[in-house]
Structure formats: C-alpha cells, structure tokens
Design a protein around this ligand. Structure first.
Ligand code: UDP
Ligand code: MG
Length: 138
C-alpha cells in the first residue's frame, strides 16, 4: 500500500465539484485516510509550492491556491502516487486524456481542479504539510 497527497483546488470547490470528485476518487479504488477543508494564506501556499518558487507562474499559482477553500486529502491504494496522477491527467487540461479529472473539470493550465504528489519524497512532504500522524485514519 502507498499513500499520496491530493487537493481539490479552489476552482473545483467553487464550482461545487467536491462531491463529484470525491465520488470519482472512491470509485477508482482509493481509500480516503485523511480529509479536511481549508483556506490557505498566501504564505502557506508559497510554502507548499516552494519547489516552484523560481518559476514564472509561482505568483499566480499561489494567489489562486489562496483564493478560496480547498479540500486536502490523504489517499491510499496500491501504487497510489502514479494511480492518482493518472486519474488527474496532464497538468494542462487541454492536453489531458479523455476521462481524466483535469480534462473534465479543469479550465486552464493554472486552474486545473486537482493537485497530486509526483513522487514518494514529495508525497511525504505534502502529507506532512497538512496532516499530523494522528489525523490519518486506519
Ligand atoms: N501551473 C501553472 N502554469 C504552468 C504550469 C503549472 O499555473 O505553466 C500550475 C498548475 O496549477 C499546476 C501547478 O502549477 O498544477 C504545479 O505545477 P506542476 O508542474 O507541478 O504540475 P502538476 O504536478 O500539478 O501536474
Ligand atoms: Mg507537481
């Protein structure tokens, strides 16, 4: 078993897609081990995305991620990191495969509905950024 970290981003929460995306997560076979709705400050969003701080999109991305409520999730499944990336699809919704969440619910390369960790070390950092051990159930 493996755990990964996921976010339902502000664009998707704002559009009332939280329940739909959670249903897709469960239908795909993930077990939800942690879940919380939060509103990030700009500084918290900058800390989360620190790896991207030199990128041209960093300011816009962290404005967006602190613009409204998000839902943070700890997801468990065999091969969870790759499996969740596959369900989300490519970063740019226009390039994401048919049937993926970003293709279906994303509206731009920035406002792409969901986040997912990309490797075991980032999953560990991101899970730890939002969840204490005692908050992970099961
Ligand atoms: N992003 C953006 N412009 C870009 C690339 C990425 O606004 O040109 C945003 C987008 O919301 C993306 C996030 O920055 O999900 C993190 O980028 P990354 O390359 O890590 O993509 P991801 O891992 O989310 O697919
Ligand atoms: Mg990434």
């Amino acid at each position: 078993m493996e755990q990964t970290f996921a976010i339902i981003k502000p664009d998707a929460v704002e559009r009332q897609l939280t329940g739909t995306i959670l249903a897709r997560i469960e239908a795909a076979g993930f077990t939800i081990r942690g879940m919380r709705m939060v509103r990030l400050t700009k500084r918290e969003a900058e800390g989360f995305y620190a790896v991207h701080r030199e990128r041209p999109f960093f300011g816009g991305l962290t404005d967006f991620m602190s613009s409204g409520a998000i839902v943070v999730l700890a997801l468990e499944a065999p091969d969870a990191i790759r499996k969740w990336r596959d369900l989300m699809g490519a970063t740019d919704p226009a390039k994401a495969a048919e049937g993926t969440l970003r293709r279906e619910f994303g509206s731009s390369i920035e406002q792409n509905a969901t986040h997912g960790s990309d490797a075991p070390d980032t999953a560990a950092f991101e899970l730890g950024y939002f969840f204490r051990g005692v908050e992970l159930v099961g």
